[in-house]
Design a protein around this ligand. Sequence first.
Ligand code: FUL
Length: 465
Amino acid sequence: MNKFLITATLFLGYGCSQPYLKPYGAIPTASQLNWHELEYYMFIHFGPNTFTNVEWGHGKEDPKVFNPTQLDCRQWAATAKQAGMKGIIITAKHHDGFCLWPSKFSTHTVRESLWKNGEGDVLCELSDACREYGLKFGVYLSPWDRNHPAYGTPEYNQVFVNMIGEVLTNYGEVFEQWFDGANGEGPNGKKQEYDWPLFNRTVYKHQPDAIIFSDAGPGCRWVGNEKGFAGLTNWNTLNVEKVYPGYPDYHELTEGHEDGTHWVPAECDVSIRPGWFYSPDTDDNVKSLEQLIEIYYGSVGRGSNLLLNVPVDRRGLIPYADSVRLMELAEVINETFKENLATKAIVSASSSLINYTVSNLIDDNVRSYWASSEVLSEIEVEFKEPVTFNRIVLQEGIEFGQRVKEFAVDIWRDGRYKELDRQTTIGYKRILSFGDITTTKVRIRITEAKSPPVLAGVKLFLAEQ
Ligand code: FUL
């Protein structure tokens, strides 16, 4: 190659579509990138507690109490699908130790129950239903086990590893392994040193692409509350040397650690009812549509995933009231984000890298990016005619790390820009809500960033208020 050709190759990025862009700091794995795009999925708490009206079973319940009369996992999957959810995570084993599959390593399972004369397997039925409806399937396992005789002895870790092996090898692909960090043993209770590195290695051995949830990840982290809200500032990174399952300073998990060593994004788990398990006492207490909308904006709208718990009842079905509420939420979300008004605008930026033009901001592809050459940069969205909107959605190209630390939104009024809002992080997705705004120009100003910003999307919507 002659000198000119080499220069031209480097400059135009010939043979390489992303020539200049280098990631900043910790970045997501390919599995984490896919996981972010799921955004919203269902949690199902189901087990003996469903029938005994408690949240934490003591583990001595007669397995015969577990006897759903009309269990239908296809109804759960159909509901999740229609609700716009992308998957279902089921409590395969909660703290009471009862296994929703006939584990060889326990005598407290569906096999010992009356359901289907002990021949049933909830994980089998649910994973089949998820496949049928094109949903991801995930598994919750509580290491804390109030039933298993080995709990509190070194042997228990191997029992738990064996159980992980069963749930991750017999039911097809598992997208998320949810490890609960709760333990209510108290000072005089049984003590179990969990072998977390072994548990995680076991997950990856059987399901290399699974996202492992715990207080500390490594795939995704607990958001530090069970209300469904991520921090207004939400870093996807975490100092994993510091955090561990059962981490006492869990409030840090709500915002993550700026410049943390690893990519461990937040997941918001919250229940549609006051409890995690079904109880007839909460039939009149299903969260309102307004509450669910607030949760959606507080989780997905702050760059976190939303794991919304919908407890299955004693029949083994999602109750009608809960299902109706999910459909109402889906309708609001679909209506709100139906038409991106920015696609009708002329979009320009203070600077753009070659191959990372502003048109990538409005192409509806979260994997195509606009990238700036400088930290302080601006994007302008200009319309020929005034438009009315009340939502702005921003997305970072997180493949290249989380960069934006603060940004402002300005609107054109009376011949000049006026600042409408100023916020901190963006991450995978940030949704801003306002009252109706009518204008011809909107400007996004990146006022502080770790490195020149890389954005995947700028969208404007008009929601029914
Ligand atoms: C907690 C548990 O103690 C609750 O019962 C529930 O499973 C929730 C999702 O996690 O740690």
